[in-house]
Design a protein around this ligand. Sequence first.
Ligand SMILES: [Zn+2]
Length: 275
Amino acid sequence: MYYFDPHIHMVSRTTDDYETLARMGCIGMSEPAFWAGFDRGSVDSFRDYFSQLTDFERNRAGQYGITHFTWLCINAKEAENVELSREVIKMIPEFLDISNVLGIGEIGLNKNSRNECIIFEEHIELALKHDLPILIHTPHLEDKYQGTRMILDMLCNESKLARDHVLVDHVEEHTIQPVLEKGFWAGMTLYPVSKCTPARACDMVEQFGPEKLLVNSAGDWGPSKPTAVPDFIMEMRRRGHPESLIRKMVYENPIEFFSQSRNFKFTPPDVLPAV
Ligand SMILES: [Zn+2]
């Protein structure tokens, strides 16, 4: 089955991973800007990173028949540096007309600090000004519930924001419901050690239905599995779910969400479906 991985950090993966993903049916992906494993010291570091995301990574994916999209921002960890964050936010529009840039992301909270909130809201203003969708990171483990509530409050205070233009990612059993109820998209991240397993993701599809719900690997340089979406497909099949439901989750839903970006142009491959 063809699928999209709506959240994966290919800058930290090898070319062999692209080949493996292509063999497993991956034909499209989106890569949000994230933390590099160290704090960058200047706005030029971000400019170089955004060039990598909009040029080099897109070409590397294209060699394996994978259409690569990206989201730009300064991530929540580095948002603690308000001065640098504002320089990055000011620089981002240089890249917004490039054809694989879908929107602003992954913004969000990490330790739920005041500075993170300030920069989160300034990113929202940037997205509104340029009429772009938003991809949001919710914090890890013990900070997740509180951080998700803070994020939803900030989003709901923004009356000009179209809620279906926003994806709130890394939801788990205790955060998915308020995200969907308030009209946002929700993303489930399949991680081997934290976040969600394929079985837990299937449970959530069964409980909440497939509308406005996405599934991703968030593969990066840490413990993660870039082929986690095919694991989800297998688990859904094992439980006897119809192919149409699985296809909606891993193919039609990402396309529906991404289509809200003016830069999303995607041609489905006109060949027989992969196995
Ligand atoms: Zn991420």
